[in-house]
Structures are given as structure tokens and as C-alpha cells.
Ligand binder design. Structure first.
Ligand SMILES: Nc1ncnc2c1ncn2[C@@H]1O[C@H](COP(=O)(O)OP(=O)(O)OP(=O)(O)O)[C@@H](O)[C@H]1O
Ligand code: SF4
Ligand SMILES: [Mg+2]
Length: 372
């Protein structure tokens, strides 16, 4: 018989990891003015290229740079296909085999690009972890929940069977799973979607990572469970002082939960900066269009929302001009003929790649701080 466990409210994490230092600043594209020892992840000019069907190289991720400090959260937003997942997969070194990745990915000061695969995997398991959208793709359906977590603990931390079991129980408790001891012997299909996602979060936390990447980690969940998981992630991050990358195509999800924001389009960062600033004083016309496309709390529940007409161009390696030009109402010949340079604004850490930026300062359409 299949048992489906309903979700319960989030428990406050109890089994805490080792002490770690706390950082205070992160995530500015190409802005190195805030660098310090508390930087957990530093990505420089990361580019990911893949051979296209017609033999033309596609640049799925183009020249992305940012830094992320402990205790901080970086949001990455953009439409479907904008390169969010490919970016973090390139960071993790888990992209398709045919991809070529260049640039540098420094994790706690060590560059991962070019590191032997085996060594890199070891570092990744311990220092950086990822939670995916669909828990069933990261959980093995024929292995019991307890073993899926404890095996990692034994492999990465050398814990004996008993200690790994105790730690697994504590981790499951941390992520709000009731009766964690009983869950050890259950299979993923015996848990609800929300519970399975909690298990994947527990598995990701098992190695006590410095950086946690949540790639649309709550997209597949219903709104109530989504909020529980987001609150849980926020609590765990605060307790553990982890650096978090939160990817979403939903601006409402990142608005109140991230310190800094990267807006991606066609594999490029088109705008980045402190989240509040990007929401209130966005510059790039794509960010503007994204914000317009978001329903506000005041909208009719079944009302029509604006969408961005058209689709992104193929991100070929030799693409010239602004990638958003075909869909932008402000596009000029200059936009189509010149690749827009990175421009910084008056706010430290805020920049964009738009030749005719929006100059309006406006209240955000997305209600900030929904869940915090
Ligand atoms: N294995 C692959 N081979 C070739 N192209 C790929 C592959 N995976 C993704 N792409 C392409 O790379 C681009 C970026 O995809 P990516 O999955 O990073 O988008 P995304 O922003 O994460 O979108 P979503 O919000 O739908 O998850 C897309 O154009 C996609 O078609
Ligand atoms: S550079 Fe030009 S085409 Fe691109 S977003 Fe800005 S105004 Fe629009
Ligand atoms: Mg994705």
C-alpha cells in the first residue's frame, strides 16, 4: 500500500552544524568592491558553449560573473530557457557532456574549473549542494529514504553506521519531517511531494555545505507547501550561515527572500544588484517587462496578466547586439548593431546591459517581503 504523508508546518531546525563565519555582502555582477574572506563562491566570466544542431556553437551561458558570501542569498530570475539552470550546472560541473565551460568558479578560494573530475566531485559533495525542482529525479526510487542520506554521510564524513543513522534522523527532524525514525525505512513514493522535497533538502544539507543551490526547488509544489519549504530554507540558512542561490522564474518567490538578484536573458546577465534596488529602480527593459508580467496581489484571481510577446533568439557564439532587441519596444538600430556594454548605476553593485535604460523610479509591482 502506498502511504502519502501530508505536509506539516515547518519545525525549527534543531541539529545544527559546526560553527562557521558569517559574511555580510554578496552577488554583484563584475563588482569586486565588496570582496572579503567570507566569499564562499566567486564566479568569473563563466561561459558555457554547446555545439548546435547546424554546427554553430550556442553560448548557453555568456560571461557571467558574481560573488556570494556566507549567510547571503542570491536570486536568479529569467524566463524559461534564459540559462538559469545551465549556469548553476556549469558551476557544479554537471552540465551535458558536450558542453565546454570556461572562466573560473572559485569555491572557498579554490578554482573548480579544470580540476580533475574525481577531486571536483569530492569538493562538490562536501562544500556545495543542489536541490532540484523534481525530488524524484534526485532521489533513488528503489532506495529507502534513510539510506539515501546516511550513505552520503558515511562516504563524505566517515561516520559509522550508528552515527550516520542518528545524524540522518536529526536532519530529517531539521527539515520538519515528523517521526523521522519511522521515515528511514520508507521509500520516496511513500511520501508526499512536499515531504520528498524536504528529504532532498535534508540530503543536500547532510554534508553541511557552504553553498546551497535551490533550482526551482518549490515550483512543483502547491502554494501552501511552497511557502513552508521556502520558510524552512530561510530558517536553515540563518542557522547554518550558508550562502544560498535561489533560482526561480517567479519574481514573487525571490522578492522578499534574496539579498541580491541576477536577471538572466538569453544566457546573459542583463541586470543585477541588490534585490530591492532591482525591483524599485530597474534599468533593463527586460527586467521592466518581467516585472510587468507578474500578477500583483491586487489582481483579479483569474484576470489576464501581461506576457512578454515573442521568444529569445538562439544564443549563437557570434551574436551581435542586444539579445532582447527583437522583443523590446525601445529598440533602436544601435541596440541591434552594438552589443550593449555593462553599465553601473549610482547604487553600489547595481548594473545592467541596456542602451536605453528605464529611468523611472517606481514602487515594485511584486509585493516584497511576502514571507519573511
Ligand atoms: N542538454 C542540452 N543540450 C542543448 N541545449 C540545452 C540543453 N539543456 C538546455 N539547453 C538549452 O539551454 C538554454 C538554457 O536552458 P536552461 O535549462 O538553463 O534554462 P532555464 O532558465 O533553467 O529555464 P527553466 O526556467 O525552464 O528551467 C535553453 O535554450 C535550452 O534549450
Ligand atoms: S539595449 Fe535596446 S533593445 Fe536592449 S533592452 Fe535596452 S533598449 Fe531594449
Ligand atoms: Mg531551469
Amino acid at each position: 500500500m502506498v502511504t502519502v504523508q501530508n505536509d506539516v508546518p515547518v519545525a525549527v531546525p534543531a541539529a545544527l552544524p559546526l560553527d562557521r563565519s558569517v559574511g555580510v555582502r554578496s552577488g554583484s555582477h563584475l563588482d569586486r568592491s565588496h570582496e572579503s574572506d567570507s566569499t564562499a563562491l566567486r564566479v568569473t566570466n563563466l561561459t558555457c558553449t554547446i555545439p548546435g544542431a547546424d554546427g554553430t556553437d550556442l553560448r548557453l551561458v555568456s560571461d557571467v560573473s558574481f560573488e556570494l558570501e556566507r549567510g547571503r542569498t542570491l536570486g536568479i530570475v529569467g524566463e524559461s530557457g534564459s540559462g538559469k539552470s545551465m549556469l548553476v550546472r556549469s558551476i557544479m560541473g554537471i552540465g551535458p557532456r558536450t558542453t565546454t565551460v570556461s572562466g573560473s568558479v572559485e569555491l572557498n578560494g579554490t578554482d573548480l574549473i579544470g580540476m580533475p573530475r574525481k577531486l571536483r566531485r569530492k569538493r562538490l559533495g562536501r562544500e556545495i549542494a543542489m536541490v532540484f525542482q523534481n525530488p524524484m529525479t534526485s532521489l533513488n526510487p528503489v532506495v529507502k529514504v534513510g539510506r539515501q542520506i546516511s550513505e552520503g554521510l558515511r562516504a563524505h564524513h566517515g561516520l559509522n553506521r550508528h552515527d550516520a543513522r542518528q545524524r540522518t534522523i536529526a536532519l530529517l527532524g531539521d527539515v520538519g519531517i515528523p517521526e523521522p525514525e519511522r521515515r528511514l525505512s520508507q521509500y520516496p513514493h511513500q511520501l508526499s511531494g512536499g515531504m520528498r522535497q524536504r528529504v532532498t533538502i535534508a540530503a543536500a544539507l547532510a554534508s553541511d555545505p557552504d553553498v546551497l543551490i535551490a533550482d526551482e526547488a518549490t515550483t512543483a509544489l502547491d502554494v501552501t507547501v511552497q511557502k513552508q519549504i521556502l520558510v524552512l530554507l530561510g530558517q536553515i540558512q540563518e542557522q547554518r550561515k550558508m550562502a544560498v542561490i535561489m533560482i526561480s522564474h517567479d519574481l514573487g518567490v525571490v522578492s522578499g527572500r534574496t539579498d541580491d538578484l541576477i536577471v538572466m536573458y538569453g544566457g546573459q546577465v542583463v541586470e543585477s544588484g541588490p534585490t530591492r534596488d532591482v525591483f524599485r529602480r530597474h534599468s533593463h527593459r527586460y527586467t521592466e517587462a518581467l516585472l510587468r508580467a507578474v500578477p500583483s496581489l491586487e489582481s483579479e484571481p483569474h484576470g489576464h496578466f501581461a506576457t512578454i510577446a515573442g521568444s529569445p533568439p538562439q544564443p549563437t557564439a557570434d551574436f551581435v547586439g542586444c539579445r532582447f532587441a527583437r522583443r523590446c519596444g525601445e529598440a533602436t538600430d544601435e541596440c541591434r548593431e552594438q552589443t550593449p556594454p555593462w553599465v553601473t548605476t549610482a547604487t553600489p553593485g547595481h548594473g545592467h546591459r541596456c542602451i536605453h535604460p528605464a529611468e523611472i523610479s517606481q514602487q515594485p509591482r511584486v509585493d516584497e517581503g511576502l514571507a519573511r
